[in-house]
Design a protein around this ligand. Structure first.
Ligand code: DP6
Length: 343
């Protein structure tokens, strides 16, 4: 009989308050708290089953990855970690994973990918095909989040829908991610404005290691609690006029950290700067209530309320821009099915 197939699907997320810099890289302990919005459309779908070949087999977007492929290596390292965390050696897995969004478009595929891998591998190993079955085996969502962060820090925020906080707390043992508000709390759109889809020259993981070298990093850390408080207030009140400027300050501050190390990490492109100016101009001169945030790349996430989106998209179309539409979404799903196809 063919082995059971476990299906884990996890969303990506866009950070409003950024995780940049680690207090302890080995333990994946972040230097500061972060806060994100879970995305609706940008998701990773991973199917897993016990492998008959005696070793892990990883397929990405339909193609088998060689064991030395950097992406496969990252997944294999995480599988080793998870197997050890479960405190017994686990059987090899056959893994098939794919993203619902294009690679290198500025959406954090490591967040959704590592979250889906964590949920799916643990489910498959423990033969638990639902959240309830996982809970019955003593595995909580918070535990999965804590494990997912070891694969990629931002992945721990992909265990819930809506708005999610990752608190650094006093140490690796007490750091934790948790849901702040469900998606129904505030319907926000995220229009991903594509400036370039070329792969980035410095990975986020490499970038994190340089943060402490920036003369701006300590001042950033001391100012963050105030920004976080203001962001929490704006989110609680669904107040975009308060949230928006904080989003922009936060993204530009993170890029200032990147730009002020030697050698600088330059993710931004000239077109990114032009769009920053354009978005601000539309807001100030035409009252278009749209704000940007930017991750470790040149593309802009344009945040607005649904009532503003048609006017934004019309302007983007007129300017010849390319974009992907997304918005606030739900958390991961887990299921089982031998022949089930993803919708
Ligand atoms: C800019 O989670 O990709 O997207 O923990 O080294 O895998 P690792 O880094 P990663 O860093 C994400 C950085 C960011 C900001 C954020 O998502 O908070």
């Amino acid at each position: 009989m063919a082995p059971d197939v476990y299906l884990a699907e996890a969303p990506s997320n866009i950070a409003f308050l950024k995780y940049w810099g680690k207090a302890d890289a080995a333990a994946q302990w972040p230097a500061n708290d972060s806060l994100s919005m879970t995305l609706r459309h940008a998701r990773t779908q991973t199917r897993l089953q016990r492998s008959a070949s005696g070793h892990h087999e990883i397929h990405f977007e339909g193609k088998r990855l060689a064991a030395q492929d950097p992406f496969a290596q990252k997944m294999l390292r995480h599988l080793t970690f998870l197997s050890e965390a479960l405190e017994e050696s686990q059987v090899p897995l056959h893994i098939d994973t794919h993203n619902t969004f294009p690679a290198s478009c500025g959406i954090a595929s490591s967040a959704s990918g590592m979250a889906a891998l964590t949920i799916g591998a643990v489910a498959c190993w423990l033969e638990a095909s639902s959240w309830e079955a996982l809970t019955n085996k003593g595995i909580s969502r918070a535990q999965l989040a804590s494990w997912a962060r070891r694969g990629s820090g931002s992945a721990c925020r992909s265990l819930w829908g809506g708005f999610v906080v990752w608190e650094a707390a006093a140490g690796p043992a007490s750091q934790r991610a948790y849901p702040l508000f469900p998606s129904a709390h505030w319907d926000l759109c995220d229009t991903l404005l594509l400036v370039s889809t070329a792969p980035k020259s410095v990975s986020s993981s490499q970038g994190h290691t340089t943060a402490w070298e920036s003369p701006l990093f300590l001042p950033r850390l001391s100012g963050l609690p105030t920004r976080k408080r203001a962001m929490l207030e704006a989110l609680a009140d669904c107040n975009l006029a308060q949230l928006g400027p904080l989003l922009e300050q936060e993204a530009l501050e993170m890029h200032s950290i990147m730009l002020s190390v030697v050698p600088p990490i330059v993710y931004l492109l000239p077109q990114t700067a032009s769009w920053i100016v354009q978005i601000r101009r539309w807001r100030q001169e035409e009252g278009l209530e749209v704000y940007f945030t930017i991750d470790a790349g040149p593309n802009l996430h344009l945040i607005c309320e649904p009532s503003t989106q048609p006017a934004l998209l019309a302007r983007l179309a007129q300017a010849g821009a390319q974009w992907l539409e997304d918005g606030i979404g739900e958390g991961p799903t887990l299921g089982m099915g031998r022949n089930k196809k993803w919708e």
